[in-house]
Ligand binder design. Structure first.
Ligand SMILES: C[S@@+](CC[C@H](N)C(=O)[O-])C[C@H]1O[C@@H](n2cnc3c(N)ncnc32)[C@H](O)[C@@H]1O
Length: 372
C-alpha cells in the first residue's frame, strides 16, 4: 500500500517537479484509498498509532458535555452539534451519553469513508433515542443551524507548508527525489505562503533568524470559514496540540513542529512509510483566532487541557466514586489528561462564538486569553 502511494507521489514529482510539502502531506494522508486516513488500517487506540483524549476514557467527553449542556440551555432543545473529523467516534458516543440536554441532531463530518464505518460501529450501541439523532455528512450543512461545532485534533491533520528563513528571504520546502529516495529541496517562497510567513514574522517580537525552519497552515482560514459558515448562532471548540504564535515561532524552536506517529512511536521523518505513518503539525492558535475573527467569530476563551478539565469540575466526580478499582482507573485517566508532562499543557482549547453570549465555565479556572 505504501509502495503504491510512493509511486503516485513519485509520478507527481516526475510530472510537476519538486512538490510543495502541503501537497505531499495531503497525498500521504488523504490520497484516495491509500492515504493514512483513508486506507482502512487501524489508527486509534491501543491497536493503532496514537491515543487521543477521547480514546483515554470518557472524562474528556464529560468535561465537554458539561460545557455543551450550559450552552444548550441558551440554545434551546433544537440545537445541533457538528463534530468535525470524529476519528473512531468515541467522543461523539461519550458526549451523547453524558449530555443532559442532547442536541436534536449530532452531525459527523468525516471525509474518510473507512473512518465513517469505524464511527458507525462505535455508535451502533447507543440507545435508540440518541442514535436516531446521529447523521453523517460529507460537507458542512447547506442550511444554517444554532449549535456547537467540535474539532478535536482535526486542525493538526490539515496539510501545512514548511518554510525556512534564509539570510535574504524565505524559502518554501518542497519534496523531491534524491538517490531514489524522497528528500527535501527548497525554492524561494511566493504567493500565499510568502504572505502568510511575512504576516507571522511581522507579529513576532523576536523574528526568526537564518536557518530557522517551521510550518504554517496556509489553508486554515479558508477551511475555518467553510466549516463554520452554517453556524448562525452558537460556539466552536477547537482542541489540539499547539501554542499561541509567540511560543510556536519561538526562536529556539528551530526545527518546526512536524510530528509523525507510527505504532505509538513519535518520530520526525515525514518520508517514513507514507500512508502508514500519521503526519501532523502543531496548531498556531493565534492563527485560528485570527481566522475566526475574519469570519465574524469572537474569542470566548482559551486555556490548556489541564485548565479545561479541572475547571469543568469533573475531578470532584471522583470523590463520589465508591468502587476502589474504578476510582483508581479514573484517577489514572485524569492524570493523563491534566499532568503537564502528559496532555495537560501541550493541548489547548479555543472557544469561539457567533452571535452568542457564552463565557465557558471550564475556562475560568485558568483563563489564558492573554497568551494568544
Ligand atoms: C487525528 S484524527 C482525530 C480524530 C478524533 N477527533 C479524535 O480526537 O480521536 C483527525 C480526523 O480529522 C479528519 N479530517 C481530516 N481532514 C478533515 C477535514 N478537512 N474536515 C473534517 N475532518 C477532517 C480525519 O479523517 C480524522 O478523522
Amino acid at each position: 500500500m505504501s509502495f503504491e502511494l510512493c509511486t503516485r507521489i513519485v509520478n507527481a514529482i516526475d510530472a510537476d517537479g519538486p512538490i510543495p510539502f502541503s501537497r505531499y502531506m495531503a497525498m500521504a494522508l488523504y490520497e484516495s484509498g491509500l492515504g493514512y486516513y483513508v486506507n482502512g488500517l487501524h489508527k486509534f487506540g491501543a491497536a493503532g498509532d496514537f491515543v487521543t483524549a477521547p480514546e483515554q476514557g470518557s472524562l474528556f467527553a464529560l468535561a465537554l458535555a458539561r460545557e455543551l449542556d450550559r450552552a444548550a440551555q441558551a440554545l434551546g432543545p433544537d440545537w445541533t452539534a457538528l463534530e468535525l473529523g470524529p476519528g473512531s467516534g468515541a467522543l461523539a458516543r461519550d458526549v451523547l451519553l453524558q449530555l443532559e440536554r442532547p442536541p436534536a441532531r449530532y452531525l459527523l463530518l468525516e471525509p474518510s469513508a473507512p473512518l465513517r464505518e469505524v464511527q458507525r460501529a462505535t455508535l451502533q450501541d447507543l440507545p435508540e433515542d440518541l442514535r436516531a439523532r446521529v447523521e453523517w455528512i460529507g460537507a458542512p450543512p447547506a442550511s444554517e443551524f444554532d449549535g456547537a461545532i467540535i474539532a478535536n485534533e482535526v486542525v493538526d491533520a490539515l496539510p501545512v507548508e514548511r518554510f525556512g528563513m534564509t539570510g535574504s528571504g524565505i524559502d518554501q520546502y518542497r519534496v523531491t527525489i534524491k538517490n531514489g529516495r524522497l528528500a527535501w529541496s527548497t525554492a524561494p517562497a511566493e504567493g500565499r505562503l510568502l504572505e502568510s510567513v511575512e504576516h507571522i514574522v511581522s507579529d513576532l517580537a523576536e523574528p526568526p533568524g537564518p536557518g530557522y525552519v517551521s510550518e504554517v497552515c496556509v489553508d486554515l482560514a479558508a477551511w475555518l470559514a467553510t466549516v463554520t459558515a452554517p453556524l448562525a448562532r452558537g460556539l466552536v471548540f477547537a482542541v489540539d496540540y499547539g501554542y499561541p504564535r509567540r511560543e510556536y515561532y519561538h526562536p529556539d524552536r528551530t526545527e518546526g513542529t512536524l510530528v509523525c506517529h507510527y505504532r505509538h512511536r513519535a518520530h520526525f521523518d515525514p518520508f517514513f512509510w507514507p500512508g502508514l505513518t500519521d503526519i501532523s503539525a502543531f496548531v498556531d492558535f493565534t492563527a485560528v483566532a485570527e481566522a475566526g475573527r475574519r469570519v465574524g467569530l469572537e474569542i470566548a476563551g482559551f486555556t490548556n487541557q489541564a485548565g479545561f478539565v479541572l475547571g469543568s469540575g469533573i475531578a470532584e466526580r471522583l470523590d463520589a466514586v465508591t468502587d476502589e478499582r474504578e476510582r483508581i482507573r479514573l484517577s489514572g485517566e485524569l492524570k493523563r489528561l491534566v499532568l503537564p508532562g502528559e496532555m495537560g499543557e501541550k493541548f489547548k482549547l479555543l472557544a469561539l462564538v457567533r452571535d452568542f453570549e457564552h463565557s465557558p465555565d471550564a475556562f475560568a479556572l485558568s483563563d489564558q486569553l492573554g497568551r494568544l
